[in-house]
Design a protein around this ligand. Structure first.
Ligand code: SF4
Length: 78
């Protein structure tokens, strides 16, 4: 799994984390179940295509604003 910008916005990984380090961090966070990891990866890709679009996230349509560091610290306070 690469260092997806959504993972940074959500606060799951830091901005300067390498792809290899991101992979290890996510492995530690997710259950060691191939199907769950695959579904997480697929959901992340879909979320990035439909809602959390690179450089123009559509936060007003996002169902996980309560889990998102970017929303809670940048979007919501405005
Ligand atoms: S709240 Fe915004 S930045 Fe956070 S995951 Fe949703 S669309 Fe992306």
């Amino acid at each position: 799994m690469h260092s997806n910008p959504i993972l940074i916005l959500l606060g799951l990984i830091g901005k300067k984390v390498t792809a290899d380090a991101a992979h290890e961090l996510l492995q530690a966070l997710l259950p060691q179940d191939a199907r769950i990891i695959y579904n997480f990866h697929k959901a992340l890709l879909r979320h990035g295509q439909r809602i959390c679009v690179f450089e123009r996230p559509r936060c007003e349509k996002c169902p996980i604003t309560d889990l998102c560091d970017y929303y809670q610290t940048v979007v919501k306070p405005q």
